[in-house]
Every structure is written in C-alpha cells, then in structure tokens.
Design a protein around this ligand. Structure first.
Ligand code: NAD
Ligand code: MG
Length: 382
C-alpha cells in the first residue's frame, strides 16, 4: 500500500526539492520538512505544501521562520531535537540532508519505526553496521534513493537476491575524467561544480569530480546489499544511461537504464513495490547511439583508492574517510586548498587517526570530529 505521509529531511536541497515535486505528483502529503538554515525557501515550501511541522537546525533561522509562518498552522521546530522530531512524524522519511549531519535524524526515524528512503549515503558510510542493525531490529526498510543503488535494488527485485554474484556500479567520471594529475592541479571549484549529467548539491558534485562519490557508494552498497567489497566492480560509463547492474550466479547481467533523472529513484522509493508515472521522459536509444565503458583511473583519482583502503581497515576508518573528505571539500570550495589536495589531506587523516574496531555511535562521531580537526590543522601548518 502506498504511503500517505512523508517527512523530507533536507527539503531545501537538490534531492529535497525534487522529492517535494514527486510527492505532489503522487498525492503523498509532506507532513514534515526539515533543513539547515534557508528560511526563505522553507517559508515558501511551507506555504505551498502546508506541512504540519517544519524544522530548522539553525536556531536563528528557526526564529525568523516562526515569525514568518505565524499566520499559518505549521509548527516550527529548531535544533537537533527539531530535526529528530520531524524525522519521526510520517509513514516514511526521506533522508536527504547532506553529510554525517543526516546520521542522527535518520537513526531517530528508525527508532520511531519509519521506513527510510535513503539519499544520504554518508549515514551508511560512517555508521553502516549500526544503522542496518537498528533498522533490522525495528523492522524498518531502507530503500535506496542514490541512483546506482536504486538501480541495483530494482535489478535485484527481478530475482532471488541469493543468486547475486556481483554488483557493477556505474560512474559518470565527473567533469574531469581523462585529465592528468598535472592538469587537475589548477582546476577551480567553479569548474568542478559543472557536472556533465546531473545537477546536484555542491558537496556531492565535488565528490563526483574526485571520484570520492564512487568510493562512498561502494561502501554504501556493501551495507545496503550485504556484499563484500570484492563483489563490487566500478565501471566508468560517461553517458549515465545504465544506472548500475547486477550479475547473477549463472552469469546473467541485469541493468537498469533510463534518462538520468533523480525523480525516478525518489519516486520508486516512495511507491515501492509499485511504480507510478511521475512525468519523467522516455529513453531514446537512437539519440544516444552508443554506450561506453572504461576502467577507473585510481592513480589520478586517489579518493577511490582511499575509500577501498578505509573499507579494508574497517571500524571507524570509513568515518574518518568521510569526515576528512567533508572538511577537505569545504576547504576546496572556499578556494583554500587545491583539487588534488583533497585526496592528499584525506590520506593524511587516515594515516594519523587510530582506528576503533566495532565502534559505538559515540566512537563514530568522535572520529568524525577528530578527522575534521586534523584536516583544518594540516591546512594551517602547510
Ligand atoms: P544539497 O546541498 O542540495 O542539500 C542539502 C540539504 O541538507 C539542504 O536542505 C540543507 O539545508 C540540509 N542540511 C545541510 N546541513 C544540515 C544540517 N546540519 N542539519 C540539517 N539539514 C542540513 O544536497 P543534495 O545534492 O540534495 O544531497 C543530499 C544528499 O543526497 C547527500 O547525502 C547526497 O550525497 C545524496 N545524493 C544526492 C544526489 C543528487 O542528485 N543531488 C544523488 C544521490 C545522492
Ligand atoms: Mg549516486
């Protein structure tokens, strides 16, 4: 049965805005919206969709929003507790806050027994074991929204998952694929923000340019589909038409294809196991002509290799990888470090921090904080 209400965490972002369109098209009521501090956009979303609750993490933004929405019935919450309450308020929660900031609200939603439509991959990268264990305990479904993982999920739904042999994640390669390390020295955030096939938030667009995004997605896939890293291959497929593939034990490979449009995985997560026409366009193979596949160049794009290294180390290593990357990407976006230094800085953080195996949630949050500190201290002494 289709869900009736949804909480959208990160509603002012790229995924959040598309999710509001999709929910509207499907007749699902966005009962709660949450975001960081963009109170202007949140006000217009609240006026358009009339949610019961909205939450702003930033207290001043919440105050401003409360004054602006005084003439409406929408309740305005604030801070971490506001995000957590918003997360627990509906049949399903779309987790689309960017970064590890999405972890705690996602856990609150699981605690409340809400099914999760998961866009926020950092949640699984940092705390995959804890999140999947708690979800299993609460009988909560985690349905992927990340396009590759939605593709794998859709492919697996054609067969018994026990027949799964291998997952093939596709990667567009981002705007810089094919460039040399030397050429990458001087690329700017403005150039990196121009993704060839997708229009997304700033952090994930930079991750796509460094290929860290594919590294994070490899870790995400391990947790979502309970597979070992050796069972996941990464293929550069610059057309972004095949969103990913699975290979079954008899060698059959099933691919999910389509026009690149995040509304499809968002819609599928909301309507699964059903499908609805959300208004997306049809694939025209004649226009595309040919599909190409390439090996990832992990020499030039060191972040992918670092993600694999963090997986092998295990424990808090992936939280360190993620925290260091979030901090380094922020510095790159502020023009404080160069593009190649993102990988260099993440590597140094991974080398410096001692790893805790079988970590608690606090260990994970501490490792994240430590990784950010290290990145900022490396920057200062440089
Ligand atoms: P975005 O930057 O466009 O939006 C981020 C949202 O998170 C905003 O609403 C912002 O207000 C909110 N936010 C940020 N920090 C917060 C905090 N501390 N507390 C509460 N809210 C906070 O990002 P996006 O591109 O929409 O990506 C969101 C997530 O979805 C990311 O984890 C990303 O990896 C994943 N994802 C995005 C795409 C895409 O096409 N954009 C595709 C796959 C996966
Ligand atoms: Mg993706």
């Amino acid at each position: 049965m289709m869900i009736k209400t949804i909480s959208i965490l990160g509603s002012t972002g790229s995924i959040g805005r598309q999710a509001l369109d999709v929910a509207d098209a499907l007749g699902i009521y966005p009962a709660a919206l949450a975001a960081d501090k963009d109170f202007r956009l949140m006000e217009s979303q609240a006026r358009k969709y009339g949610p019961k609750t909205v939450a702003m993490r930033n207290e001043n933004a919440a105050k401003e929003l409360k004054a602006r929405l005084a003439d409406t019935d929408t309740k305005v919450l604030s801070g971490q507790s506001g995000l957590n309450d918003a997360a627990a308020a509906s049949d399903m929660v779309l987790s689309a806050i960017v970064g590890i900031a999405g972890l705690t609200p996602t856990l609150s939603a699981i605690e409340a027994g809400r099914d999760i439509a998961l866009a926020n991959k950092e949640t699984l990268v940092c705390a995959g074991s804890i999140v999947t264990q708690r979800a299993a305990l609460k009988n909560v479904r985690i349905i992927p929204v990340d396009s590759e993982h939605s593709a794998v999920f859709q492919c697996l739904n054609t067969d018994n998952p026990k027949h799964l042999r291998r997952i093939i994640l596709t990667a567009s390669g981002g705007p810089f694929y094919g460039k040399t390390k030397d050429e990458l020295k001087t690329v700017t955030p403005e150039q990196a923000l121009k993704h060839p096939n997708w229009s997304m938030g700033a952090k994930i667009t930079i991750d796509s340019a460094t290929l860290m995004n594919k590294g994070l997605e490899l870790i995400e896939a391990m947790h979502l589909f309970a597979v070992k890293p050796e069972q996941i291959d990464i293929v550069i497929h610059k057309e972004s038409i095949i969103h990913s593939m699975v290979e079954f034990t008899d060698g059959a490979v099933i691919a999910q294809m389509g026009v690149p449009d995040m509304r499809l995985p968002i819609s599928y997560a909301m309507t699964y196991p059903d499908r609805f026409d959300f208004g997306g366009s049809s694939l025209n193979l004649f226009d595309i002509g040919a599909l190409t596949f390439d090996k990832p160049d992990t020499e030039t794009f060191g972040c992918l290799a670092l993600a694999k290294k963090a997986v092998c180390t295990g424990g808090t290593a992936c939280a360190v990888l993620n925290g260091a990357n979030e901090a380094a990407v922020e510095l790159f976006l502020k023009h404080e470090i160069g593009f190649n230094q993102i990988a260099e800085f993440v590597e140094r953080a991974l080398d410096r921090i001692s790893v805790i195996q079988n970590p608690s949630l606090d260990d994970i949050l501490d490792s994240d904080a430590e990784a950010r500190q290290i990145i900022n201290s490396i920057k200062r002494i440089r």
